[in-house]
Design a protein around this ligand. Sequence first.
Ligand SMILES: CC(=O)[C@@H](O)[C@H](O)COP(=O)(O)O
Ligand SMILES: NCC(=O)COP(=O)(O)O
Length: 259
Amino acid sequence: MNNPSPPRRAQRTALSVNVNKVALLRNTRHLGIPDVRHAARLCLGAGAQGITVHPRPDERHIRSQDVSELAALMQAWPDREYNIEGNPAQNLMGFIRELRPHQATFVPDSEDQFTSDHGWRFPQDAERLAPWIAECRALGVRVSLFMDPDPAQMAAARAVGADRVELYTEPYAAAWGSPRQPSELLRYRDAAQAARDAGLGVNAGHDLNRDNLAAFVRAVPGLLEVSIGHALIADALELGYGATVQAYLDCIAAGAAGA
Ligand SMILES: CC(=O)[C@@H](O)[C@H](O)COP(=O)(O)O
Ligand SMILES: NCC(=O)COP(=O)(O)O
């Protein structure tokens, strides 16, 4: 009898910790604390698979120097990923050209946007995105497009050259625990399926937290990465980075086990 190969473990969703909010607190004094690099080191040491930053043009939190210093730090963690988010029409491409992170996440925010609140729209955004995506890929940088969970948009995201999409999860987070939660989850599951069918990898982020994360991972199989900042850093103020990162990894594992 042939010896069947062992079942392949489903790929675990990577946790990329967004350290924007560490920088936000640091920037309220001239003392350099809390230290963004130290925070990143603690998160990586606790098992996070990546670090994310979203350097906004006004430098309200992550500054140019942070982006470079974190890129240098990531060299010491070759099995982890660095993800830089932003709008390629603003400051993002300069960072990508200089630092060549593992992933660039394109987000269609305005210069003074309070926080990200929508994804790219096709066909209207295709023409201007295409050359930036091509440039990133020529530099060896994976491109993920921040997208609303609309299945009808996914083939166009692939056609413009993206490797992945990041599903904007604030609407799910807002519906969590309400009667709308099941229908919202279906929307994300369908969008993720459409993305995978189009040949895209699927990431997700925005307002994910310890309450809503496991249900999301369970409902959206094949999720490659979640980037989490605001809630995770708030939790770390109470629990410390190590226990917090472990708690989020446990949520991902619980969601994957129930998928
Ligand atoms: C694209 C995205 O969802 C995140 O980058 C999020 O917007 C974090 O940005 P802020 O920390 O500036 O709110
Ligand atoms: N891409 C989303 C991200 O990096 C973090 O978003 P949030 O958890 O701060 O809302």
